[in-house]
Design a protein around this ligand. Structure first.
Ligand code: C2O
Ligand code: CU
Length: 488
């Protein structure tokens, strides 16, 4: 396996190729896809699986006309894949090797708010933060990234992000392609824009959504290909971009099996030829391959009825080539995708004790900007709530809720599309369509420590399109967030 981090030299330099295509097939996939290393771990005396992550500066030759200054975890760009099994207790030593405050948030993870790594868990330069929790959720492709107050876009854009794979004992999961980096491949998709000197452009942007880059990186690789040696390959797609929404499909139009969403496996595979992922979203797909062929994973112009502004401001009107899959002449046999993937219990609207409205517009939610001192919602532990999400302005938003995985009840009054049927932690908001979601807020009450909900277009989040909720014991009221507590 090739390391994702600091591996530029080992790749013999990067050939340069922009991903944006006007007509099909223009891009040359000339670089072998980097596979993020699996993070090493050890068991401590308490039986906890211990990982080490260090945020640090670095540089990498992307072939953009000079070494690009980057940030990464344990390397120059992105970070290793953390992996733990349901039921395991984990501890991560997060060291901040940067010159400024950062944090590390476990996106999609169900865990106590004080371990969540949001803006209330800043890590000062030189400091170590060591959150610990028990992994207790179904197998899923989660991820981690910084979440410092007002600075998330910059920290993620420079390269701080990685995948966190949760495993479980579900037998179907075991029968899916599961050789990491071989037929079970993390695909972290990010768009970047380089300036004339080869540096990442970070300036203000079209429509205020953040930079829409014209170069696609997958696991930090420009113009990547992956050699496939088996009849089926599982792609764990993560939209790790700051602003861009992708509508993924295969360039030749073939169908694939969608097997998972943000929070885990679907009840059954869905045969489809498109999957749309807004920033922060994940999907797992299984693609069948024939010997010797090459097929391109592409992002197509968004064709799901999104309005002009969304297309323009999310980049949803662009065709972008992402990754070429190159099948060997002899392919190892792969098992069929199981017809049943994971037990799935729809949450019942009748169980909801609260319905809340969230209106997104003007970089605010319900006309308020993020305030670290204000609690916007108090949720009682063990209850189920319905949240109604509506976007009222002309720019796209992607709504993310910490702590829970939710289910989508309806989009614009209609049942959700198949790719929104499973567990979600992030959902794209279309113009004029209220998205109703339902979640159960189990465990982990803490009246003083909030979780976040926000737009996952990171420029919007940083500008204040975020709010805070606490989970309290029945009958308890909200406390006060401990402002200014930083880890030294
Ligand atoms: Cu992926 Cu609040 O973040
Ligand atoms: Cu937004």
């Amino acid at each position: 396996l090739l390391a994702c981090c600091g591996g530029g030299a080992a790749l013999g330099g990067w050939a340069w190729s922009r991903a944006k295509v006007d007509t099909a097939g223009e891009i040359d996939f000339v670089n072998r896809l980097a596979i993020p290393l699996l993070a090493e771990s050890r068991l401590d005396e308490k039986g906890r699986r211990v990982f080490d992550l260090r945020a640090q500066e670095g540089s990498r030759d992307f072939g953009a006309g000079g070494r690009t200054r980057t940030w990464g975890f344990n390397g120059d760009y992105l970070g290793p894949t953390l992996r733990a099994k349901r039921g395991e207790k984990v501890l991560v030593n997060v060291v901040n090797g940067l010159d400024e405050e950062t944090s590390v948030h476990w996106h999609g993870m169900h865990l106590p708010a004080v371990m969540d790594g949001g803006p209330h868990q800043p890590v000062r330069p030189g400091a170590t933060w060591s959150p610990t929790w028990t992994v207790d959720q179904p197998a899923a492709s989660l991820w981690y990234h910084p979440h410092p107050h007002g600075q998330t876009a910059k920290h993620v854009y420079r390269g701080l992000a990685g995948m966190f794979i949760v495993d479980d004992d579900n037998a179907s999961n075991a029968r899916l392609p599961n050789r990491y980096g071989v037929d079970d491949v993390p695909v972290i998709v990010q768009d970047r824009k380089f300036d004339g000197g080869g540096q990442f452009e970070e300036g203000e942007s079209l429509g205020g959504v953040g930079i829409l880059g014209d170069t696609i990186l997958v696991n930090g690789t420009v113009a990547p290909y992956h050699d496939v040696r088996s009849e089926r390959v599982r792609l764990r797609l993560l939209n790790g971009s700051n602003a861009r929404t992708y509508t993924f499909g295969m360039a030749d139009g073939r169908e694939f099996a969608m097997i998972g969403t943000d929070g885990g496996l679907l009840p059954a595979p869905v045969a489809t030829d498109r999957v749309m992922l807004s920033p922060g979203d994940r999907a797992e797909i299984v693609v069948a391959m024939r010997p010797g062929e090459r097929v391109t994973l592409r992002s197509f112009p968004e064709d799901q009825g999104t309005d002009f502004f969304n297309r323009r401001f999310t980049g949803g009107g662009d065709t972008l080539d992402v990754l070429e899959l190159r099948a060997a002449d002899d392919l190892d046999p792969s098992a069929d995708v199981p017809a049943k993937l994971a037990p799935f219990e729809p949450l019942d609207e009748a169980d909801a004790v609260e319905t809340r409205q969230f209106r997104l517009a003007g970089r605010s939610i319900n006309d308020q900007k993020m305030d670290m001192n204000r609690i916007d919602a108090v949720v009682t532990k063990g209850t189920t709530e319905i949240w109604e999400l509506t976007k009222l302005d002309g720019t796209p938003h992607s709504f993310h809720v910490h702590d829970v995985q939710f289910q989508v009840l309806s989009v614009g009054g209609q049942p959700p599309a198949p790719d929104l049927m499973g567990w979600q932690d992030t959902v794209f908001l279309k113009q004029g369509s209220t998205v109703r979601i339902i979640a159960r807020f189990a465990d982990y009450a803490d009246p003083d420590m909030p979780y976040m909900f926000h737009c996952h277009l990171l420029t919007h989040e940083d500008a204040g399109m975020m709010g805070q909720f606490v989970v309290v014991e029945p009958g308890e009221s909200a406390g006060r967030p401990p402002i200014g507590s930083s880890h030294h």
